[in-house]
Design a protein around this ligand. Structure first.
Ligand code: UTP
Length: 288
């Protein structure tokens, strides 16, 4: 019980909140300091023990495949120039051959539909879903926290956090039940409720450990909020059959699909880097 081998990254969204940067460049390739957002997500999943990385892509996302491939001319040049450290870092960023899988969501019908596109690759076993936009800075990688909670409970687990009341209509919101340490029993989900209708301020953020049963439920899920097939609606059906917990994860989440969230992420991650922190502090003081 507990081993999560496969992770799904749904990256077929259009990223319209970050236009014009994302007209050609996939939003998952935007750099936070010097690393594309998608690389943080893959590193987090690897640290949680995942071995198969499944990308549900769309048109214009081929750069992501290139990013996780060897770049022969670049690698050779770095080797010739004896830049072993740079070379080593690039090498380490590439998962083992055969552990990356790409499939296309042929139309952006919603997050639930994107996850469903991975059904034949994942099969009938518990698996993880990571929304790449949600960059989480944590001592223990957030997905590892979820995988550990799954190992302990055998249940479906989603990452949850408190959001301001006026923001409930941006998230899937949880109907909370009993609390057990950082775990909250989930009694229901509501997708993007208006603040006055929200059952709580506890929002689902982009980390999930779900049983393979979700695929059968997604197949029956009708379009919901925004006319899209919502993962939240299928999770609400799964909840009727299997235990489901929210994990109040330890860490700080940045929404890199949003301009302000992205800028905050760049600053927070840069301030963590010893070689940048002092210079950035000084620059920020000059601006403010
Ligand atoms: P978002 O709500 O962030 O949508 O999707 P988006 O289209 O990517 O971005 P904006 O709002 O236009 O700026 C949440 C996650 O679900 C994926 C997205 O790639 C993102 O990781 N998604 C969404 C799909 O893979 N397919 C879809 O049809 C919709």
């Amino acid at each position: 019980m507990g081993r999560i081998r496969k992770v799904v990254f749904p990256i077929a969204g259009l990223g319209t909140r970050m236009l014009p940067a994302t007209k050609v460049l996939p939003k998952e390739m935007l750099p936070v300091v010097d690393k594309p957002v998608v690389q943080y997500a893959v590193e987090e999943a690897a640290a949680a023990g995942c071995e198969l990385f499944v990308f549900v892509t769309g048109r214009g996302k081929a750069l992501i495949e290139d990013h996780f491939d060897r770049a022969f001319e670049l690698f050779e040049t770095l080797r010739r120039k004896q830049r072993e450290e740079d070379l080593g870092e690039l090498e380490r960023a590439i998962p083992a051959a055969g552990s990356l899988v790409y499939t296309r969501q042929q139309a952006p019908l919603g997050l639930g539909h994107a996850v469903w596109c991975a059904r034949h690759i994942v099969g009938d076993e518990p698996f993880a879903v990571v929304l790449v936009d949600d960059l989480i800075h944590a001592r223990v990688p957030c997905l590892k926290q979820l995988v550990d909670a799954h190992a302990e409970t055998g249940a479906n687990i989603v990452a949850v956090m408190e959001v301001p009341k006026e923001h409930t209509d941006r998230y899937g919101i949880v109907v909370p039940g009993r609390e057990r340490g950082r775990l909250v029993e989930i009694e229901g989900f509501v997708e993007k409720p208006k603040p006055e209708e929200a059952p709580s301020r506890l929002a689902v953020v982009g980390r999930y450990v779900l049983s393979g049963r979700i695929f059968e439920l997604l197949a029956k899920t009708k379009p919901g909020s925004g006319g899209e097939i919502q993962l939240t609606d299928a999770m609400a059906a799964l909840l009727e059959e299997q235990p489901f917990f929210g994990l109040r994860f330890e860490g700080r989440r940045f929404d890199c699909g949003d301009r302000l969230g992205y800028l905050e992420a760049v600053i927070a991650f840069a301030l963590e880097r010893p070689e940048l922190a002092a210079g950035l502090h000084a620059a920020l003081r000059r601006f403010l």
